[in-house]
Design a protein. Structure first.
Length: 297
């Protein structure tokens, strides 16, 4: 992310959510995000408007799939997967949520299940300032109990930031860390995981996304990956960190966390669209993991 600006990749993620919100009838959508379009620049907003027109919409979606292979389908399916993890955590009795590196995520406002749940949004002040300004311009105030926690985690310690935010460290929490780890160095990821494991109450859950390390190391081949890597690098937000899926359980255990689930893009797309999802191209290097803070010994 360039200093003084909001994250461009956060804007692209919002664009994919906006596209899903106009693509199909409401009953057939994986989710609806009426806020996403408000974070887009004029060009992307026009693109979403065109996608909602029956005459040209299919061509727009075909163009997106060819321009950014797999990015849209992966982004949409992972949004739904994380929504489902969040709902499951609430049903299990977790009553506070942290959106870590929130970007333009508006789960606190679009999910009715969170209307009465404290949500802590932790993000870089530049992105958070733009987000709050966009929400303030809406004619209807967004719902939800949101505490905005502006922090530069490259300079501030995560545990201290969360303690100062008012998070109740005695009660289990769900932390959503979506679309962030691959922009951080290994030291920052390590420090963040250790901070969460040391602060959060047993039974707390962490949902996070990560890249297959083979993509960055050159030890694994993924179709259409080069296009996406070049795009994020041009936007000043290159991918620099990844993990090896086979090593993830031990990696998390060493940092005080227990792995509960780890899915690749073809797997979580299949949860949304069945066998058709497994055949979708692109972004097979992108993964979503669910971890938990185990009971104290």
């Amino acid at each position: 992310m360039r200093p003084g600006t909001a994250s461009r990749t956060a804007e692209y993620a919002a664009a994919f959510r906006a596209l899903e919100s106009v693509r199909r009838p409401a009953s057939a959508r994986l989710f609806e995000d009426p806020f996403a379009v408000h974070f887009l620049d004029a060009g992307l907003r026009r693109f979403v408007w065109l996608a909602g027109l029956p005459a040209v919409g299919p061509a727009v979606f075909t163009y997106v799939d060819r321009r950014w292979p797999g990015a849209m389908t992966s982004g949409i399916a992972r949004t739904r997967l994380i929504d489902d993890h969040l709902r499951a955590a609430l049903r299990a009795g977790i009553a506070q949520v942290v959106l870590l590196g929130a970007g333009f995520d508006c789960r606190a406002h679009r999910l009715p299940e969170l209307a009465a749940c404290p949500v802590f949004e932790v993000d870089h002040p530049d992105t958070q300032t733009r987000k709050r300004a966009c929400l303030a311009r809406r004619p209807t105030p967004p719902r939800g109990q949101v505490s905005y926690v502006g922090a530069d985690l490259a300079r501030e310690e995560l545990g201290g930031v969360l303690r100062a935010s008012g998070l109740d460290a005695r009660a289990p929490a769900l932390v959503v860390w979506e679309g962030v780890t691959h922009y951080l160095g290994a030291q920052a990821v390590d420090a963040s995981l250790r901070a969460l494991a040391g602060l959060l109450a047993p039974g707390s859950r962490l949902v996070f996304t990560y890249l297959h390390r083979g993509l960055l190391a050159g030890s694994a081949e993924f179709a259409d990956a080069r296009t996406s890597r070049e795009q994020v690098a041009r936007d000043g937000e290159p991918w620099i960190f990844g993990l090896e899926p086979a090593e993830l359980p031990a990696f998390l255990e060493a940092r005080g966390l227990a792995l509960r689930e780890d899915l690749g893009a073809e797997e979580y797309r299949a949860r949304c669209w069945g066998e058709r999802g497994r055949r979708m191209r692109g972004f097979r290097f992108y993964r979503v993991a669910l971890a938990e803070v185990p009971p104290a010994h």
